[in-house]
Design a protein around this ligand. Structure first.
Ligand code: IMP
Length: 425
């Protein structure tokens, strides 16, 4: 069972980084396929605490090759920083020559576009991710591999930068970017990154051909997916399972499984509908207890109860064969825990997740409650250590979503992980 995808099943920040670091022990390749440094993955193990935005979360294992696939948009400044901070060599990290670059003007445009949206702002991370994907689709993008051909780049860049500056100054009234500075940056990136630039699809294929495990690392979450998420309050890529194939250049027959990572409750950063959002003290309590602040932007995350309608939808569009539940310990000590099992929209009950954000915004959650538990689940690692209350909650999640819970994260450290069924079997 060589390729196994670990995908964010909610609105991102489900704790994928910790799970990937845990699973990478038994993987030859860890591969990112979508998004950019809008992601923020926290990895905590005996070597320390790592806050990663772009490089995959398998970097703490010396045996593993970490790859950034063609579907990712790459800010070379961030990549160089993470390479430096983590002392990564080309034997352990590769970036696809087909991945698109996040250029300085993309970051400028991300900010200007958000300002212009005013009250309708998406609440992007401001990292230039959306504008970089726009250029990819409009065929004005620059790919990582082009850094290796400075003569060609010198011919293309002036026209691209001139156009961007027209948009920046004439439409948004912003300050133009400087062509010479950008060209100097691309030269620097080329000299520092050339050894890392590889046809990543070959690395993935080689590992799969050798029957080695490849962990496919999700970023963001299914409900932020450009096609399947709460459009327009979404990111600009496809975090759902389809994105793994285009974003890495591999075929579906390589798959051993697709797991969805769900927090034991829900969070969301940025704007957009969030039916189970908890306002007031209870939400504040979870936010403070669990440190629910964005790794990338530091923004306070919005908190909500587990949304079973959204979860079932997410499981369907991804074909999940198992759930990984994170942050179970955050719910220790609650008297009552709610699970949304259906919505009421305009007076009509439904268990279907609406396609448009306006309708979803009118959805009133219908809850069922389970009794809480007073025992600690923190750091438990064996199924027999789960107390009956927590077990009943996990059983309820399985019933509502319709797929088994295979792994439970019971704390941020790699070792604080409870495996009910081995994912890589
Ligand atoms: P963008 O991806 O920066 O364009 O932001 C679009 C939306 O996705 C915003 O609501 C962001 O807050 C959200 N978003 C992007 N990346 C992440 C992530 O890694 N975790 C959670 N939310 C994210």
């Amino acid at each position: 069972m060589p390729a196994y995808a670990v995908i964010g099943a909610q609105w991102g920040d489900e704790g994928k980084g910790k799970i990937i670091d845990f699973l990478a022990e038994n993987a030859a390749v860890i591969a990112r396929y979508s998004g950019g440094n809008n992601a923020g993955h926290t990895v905590i193990n005996d070597a320390g605490t790592f806050k990663l935005h772009l490089v995959p979360s398998g970097i703490c294992w010396p045996h593993a090759m970490n790859v950034i696939g063609n579907g990712v948009v790459v800010d070379p400044e961030v990549l160089l920083k993470e390479i430096g901070e983590n002392d990564l060599a080309p034997e352990r990290l590769a970036v696809s020559d087909r991945a698109h670059l996040i250029m300085p003007y993309h970051i400028v445009l991300d900010e200007l576009e958000e300002k212009r949206r005013g009250n309708a702002a998406i609440g992007t991370t401001g990292r230039g991710v959306g504008p970089a994907y726009v250029d990819k689709v409009s065929r004005q993008g620059i790919r990582v591999g082009e850094l290796l051909d400075p003569e060609d780049l010198a011919m293309r860049l002036p026209e691209i930068v001139a156009f961007k500056n027209e948009v920046i100054t004439k439409i948004y009234g912003g300050d133009p970017v400087d062509l010479d500075e950008i060209f100097a940056l691309t030269n620097k990136w080329a000299s520092k990154l050339s050894a890392f630039i590889r046809p990543v699809e070959n690395l993935v294929a080689d590992a799969l051909n050798k029957d080695e495990n490849v962990i496919i690392e999700g970023a963001q979450g299914a409900l932020l997916d450009l096609d399947h998420g709460t459009y327009p309050y979404v990111t600009s890529s496809n975090p759902t399972v389809g994105g793994t194939l285009t974003g890495l250049g591999m075929g579906p027959s390589s798959y051993g499984g697709v797991a969805g990572v769900f927090k034991a409750y829900c969070t969301r950063v940025g704007s957009g509908p969030f039916p189970t959002e908890i306002h007031g003290d209870q939400g504040d309590r979870i936010r403070e207890m669990a440190g629910e602040f964005g790794v990338t932007t530091g923004r306070a995350r919005r908190i909500g109860w587990f949304d079973g309608v959204a979860a079932k939808y997410s499981a369907r569009v991804n074909g999940f064969d198992g759930m990984i539940i994170t942050r179970l310990d955050t719910l220790d000590g609650w008297d009552e825990i709610k699970i949304c099992v259906a919505y009421e929209i305009d007076g009509v009950p439904t268990d279907q997740f609406p396609v448009d954000a306006v309708t979803l915004d009118r959805a009133e959650p219908i809850y069922e409650s389970v009794a809480g538990w007073s025992e600690s689940t923190r750091a438990i690692t064996k199924p027999e250590q789960i107390n009956p209350g927590a077990k009943a909650y996990l059983d309820k999640l399985e019933e509502v979503v319709g797929i088994p819970v295979k792994v439970v994260s019971t704390g941020p450290h790699r070792n604080e992980t409870l495996v009910i069924q081995d994912l890589l079997d």
